[in-house]
Design a protein around this ligand. Structure first.
Ligand code: 4AD
Ligand code: MG
Length: 483
């Protein structure tokens, strides 16, 4: 095997050193053979752009070129020269060519043509090799980095919260069980129920739905912390915005009230968008073009009113609207689609939970900018949210985005021990299991707040992808855990 010390295509294209000798490795996107040269478009994933590789057929033989097809892997060494062709500045004239791995054109599923996203979901092991999915992977990486940079620069500490937990933070009961008991023959109690005392942890355990409760423990000592981890929900919702396994960014801050919480959420979202615009320009340009092509096939009413970059700038440049749930319900109740019975879930009274159609109406039609809704009825929110003086609403705040609906859910937390205990009892949250959470309100309690940003929903927004299954490499959804 010849020396593989290679230069990445991104590096070569950024500042091409014409006349230099470089080794480049990658996968073949396309091959075109003319009289005595072959042109190969090679991509190594370091950029959306391919490099054009020019192979002299007389020098290298037609046999090897005949074996090179889309999907094959190559290592090529040659001279970087200015490209006479349009569409690229630089090309590589090959001195040495190594076919590292062949790809049989009759079997390789990714042909140089447009494949549907549905088809590519079934080929998730290879879809990284398409322009769309490599662009999304790079944007996703940039956003992970930006999240850590944002919080680090503000003096927040990242804490790892557990993935296996004994408590249901959201109280929604949509958890995946973690157990080593034999499902066919579990140890039983006298009453016939499963005896989890004999299970691995000596109690019932699940995959976490949120790192919030543990993040609160961190905030109540370190002041400002965040957790960024995988979360799991066994809700059977087959929508374009739900995954059974998704990643959530959850900051938790001592000495923050709900207004400070909203300020931080807005600042973070804008920071992430600005970071993407600055650092992912090539990928966003590609994704924008992709979206515009898709739009052409859509019905008028499903079309996105804005081009991708325009949409991102729009969020960046506008202040988010802040309204209470009560105000939101008034707007919705009197809205045209509600009166004309166009909503799938009509809004008739205060207390109704908002669906994404309502959230999107507020954002896209009414205010035409992101909206933060606060002070929801306590009955439709989690037990840990601070109860308002009216004893009817809680200090919740949801950030609603165009295309997505709810992108962030958060609140000021109930810091009063007695009120929290009362709420837990009202909502049948097992206080015995959460004794440690309650103790923080007994010892040096302080006002504090936090929120959760669904990372994949953010990536959907930034990349313009319509289905959440396309912004995580290996989606987990009902009936689907391949790869
Ligand atoms: O509103 P949620 O359920 O809030 C919490 O879990 C709180 N513990 C957060 C906190 O205050 N620390 O979820 C937060 C966000 C939602 O706004 C949404 O963006 C995302 O997580 N999310 C999902 N994303 C993908 N698939 C799902 N099934 C999701 N469920 C929630
Ligand atoms: Mg929520």
């Amino acid at each position: 095997m010849k020396d593989l010390k290679r230069t990445k295509i991104a590096t070569v294209l950024k500042t091409p050193e014409f006349g230099s000798i470089k080794t480049i490795c990658g996968w073949v996107r396309t091959k075109r053979v003319s009289k005595n040269v072959a042109f190969i478009a090679l991509n190594d994933g370091s950029t959306i752009h391919n490099i054009q590789v020019v192979v002299d057929l007389e020098k290298h033989g037609e046999e090897i070129i005949a074996e090179i097809h889309s999907g094959a892997s190559l290592s090529v060494k040659g001279e970087l020269t200015e490209s006479p062709g349009s569409g690229q500045v630089v090309e590589l004239h090959v001195h040495e060519l190594n076919l590292l791995g062949k790809a049989d054109p009759d079997e390789y599923p990714l042909q140089p043509k447009r494949h549907t996203l549905e088809f590519l979901r079934e080929k998730a092991h290879l879809r990284f090799r398409t322009n769309t999915f490599s662009a999304i992977a790079r944007v996703r990486h940039a956003m992970i980095f930006a999240v850590h940079k944002f919080f680090n620069d503000k003096g927040f500490y990242n804490i790892h919260t557990p993935i296996i937990t004994g408590s249901d933070a959201e109280g929604a009961g949509e958890m995946f069980r973690v157990s080593t008991l034999d499902p066919k023959n579990p140890p039983l109690n006298e009453d016939g129920s499963v005896n989890f005392k004999e299970d691995f942890f000596g109690k019932e355990t699940n995959l976490t739905v949120s790192g919030q409760l543990e993040a609160e423990l961190g905030a109540l000592a370190l002041s400002e912390v965040y957790t960024f981890g995988p979360t799991f929900r066994a809700e059977n919702s087959n929508t374009t915005r739900h995954l059974a396994e998704f990643w959530m960014i959850e900051p938790e801050m001592a000495f923050y009230d709900i207004h400070d919480d909203m300020d931080l959420a807005e600042e973070m979202l804008k920071y992430l968008i600005a970071y993407a615009l600055e650092n992912c320009a090539d990928d966003l340009a590609f994704l924008s073009q992709r979206q515009q092509n898709e739009e052409k096939n859509k019905k008028e009413e499903d079309r996105s009113p804005m081009e991708l970059k325009e949409k991102l700038l729009f969020v960046l440049e506008n202040e988010f609207e802040r309204i209470t749930y009560t105000e939101a319900i008034d707007i919705l109740r009197n809205s045209k689609p509600n009166k004309k019975k166009k909503f799938q879930f009509p809004i008739d009274q205060w207390g109704a939970d908002m669906q994404s159609e309502h959230e999107r109406y507020l954002v896209e039609k009414h205010f035409k900018r992101p909206v933060i809704v606060t002070d929801y009825p306590k009955d439709i929110k989690a037990f840990y949210m601070k109860v308002n003086a009216d004893n009817k609403t809680v200090r919740a705040m949801d950030v609603l985005f165009p295309q997505i609906g709810e992108i962030i859910g958060g609140s000021q937390r109930e810091e009063n021990y007695d009120t929290l205990l009362k709420r837990m009892r009202e909502m049948s949250v097992p206080e015995k299991e959460l004794w440690w959470y309650l103790e923080t309100r007994k010892f040096g309690t302080v006002p504090h707040s936090g929120f959760g940003l669904g990372f994949e929903r953010m990536i959907q927004f930034i990349t313009g992808m319509g289905n959440i299954r396309d912004v995580i490499p290996f989606p987990r959804t009902p009936q689907n855990a391949e790869f």
